[in-house]
Design a protein around this ligand. Structure first.
Ligand code: ATP
Ligand code: MG
Length: 234
């Protein structure tokens, strides 16, 4: 078994319990997971099984109740909010089902924003945003606002934004859940291209077994626990 230092994601005995009125929901019940550099891993499982909760913990948006989580060799379990913000900005790109773009900003401004916030800035925000949008086939949409773009185009802007600071890890929560099948396939193709080009490690939560089958490995979450099956890519 590899050490936390060699893995992009290294999770040990992660639990997450959430208060719900007078009771407690045990959303994660001892998750172990390890993802190596450049892997594409799918996560499937029924609604409510803990997929988004797990992704939030891997991405430093939420903290585990107990357990250890390291990202790119760094233990984030006990980091404070400022340290987590920096890790999120520099090491992790998020892609969500509902795109989560800022409606008042243009495509280019949305993509440039994480670069403007970066503490260790690697890129010129405007140039990098333009280059990424071009890479994603949106070179002629840089000045459009989200409401002036199709769903598939908005998700490609969101992918460009996730890549803005060249993170080693991309976390995608139902990235095609809100798209027609053609746009969904284009988004998946884009993710494959990015992995090939930059060696980015990608985790994709999906309800779609066919999409999950495109990953190297598929983890199934049931009731807050992981089952690993090795699936042959489709
Ligand atoms: N803020 C919260 N407070 C209380 N319970 C929560 C909270 N967020 C999630 N839960 C509960 O934790 C469990 C896991 O939720 P989670 O959103 O991770 O599921 P999921 O697998 O992503 O589901 P879906 O496929 O529907 O998106 C669910 O039972 C849910 O009701
Ligand atoms: Mg979810």
């Amino acid at each position: 078994m590899n050490s936390p230092q060699q893995s992009v994601i290294f999770a040990r005995d992660i639990t997450r319990s959430l208060p719900m009125g007078k009771t407690v929901v045990h959303a994660l019940r001892g998750v172990n997971m390890q993802v190596n550099k450049g892997e594409m891993v799918g996560i499937i499982g029924p609604s409510g099984s803990g997929k988004s909760t797990l992704l939030g913990i891997i991405g430093g948006l939420d903290k585990p109740t107990s357990g250890q989580i390291s990202i790119d060799g760094v233990d984030i379990s006990k980091m404070n909010e400022d340290q987590l913000t920096e890790i999120r900005n520099e090491k992790i790109g998020f892609i969500f089902q509902f795109f989560n773009l800022i409606p008042t900003l243009t495509a280019q401004e949305n993509v440039a924003l994480p670069i403007q916030f970066a503490r260790h800035r690697q890129f010129s925000p405007d140039k990098r945003a333009k280059d990424l949008l071009k890479l994603l086939g949106l070179g002629d949409r840089t000045h459009h606002r989200p409401s002036e773009l199709s769903g598939g185009q908005q998700q490609r802007v969101a992918i460009a934004r996730a890549l803005a600071n060249n993170p080693p890890l991309l976390l995608c929560d139902e990235p095609t859940g809100n798209l027609d099948s053609e746009s969904g396939e284009l988004v998946m193709k884009t993710l494959h291209d990015i992995r090939r080009e930059y060696g980015t490690t990608i985790v994709i939560v999906t309800h779609d077994a066919k999409l999950a089958g495109q990953a190297d490995r598929v983890l199934t979450l049931i009731d807050g626990q992981i089952n690993e099956n090795t699936m042959v890519p489709a």
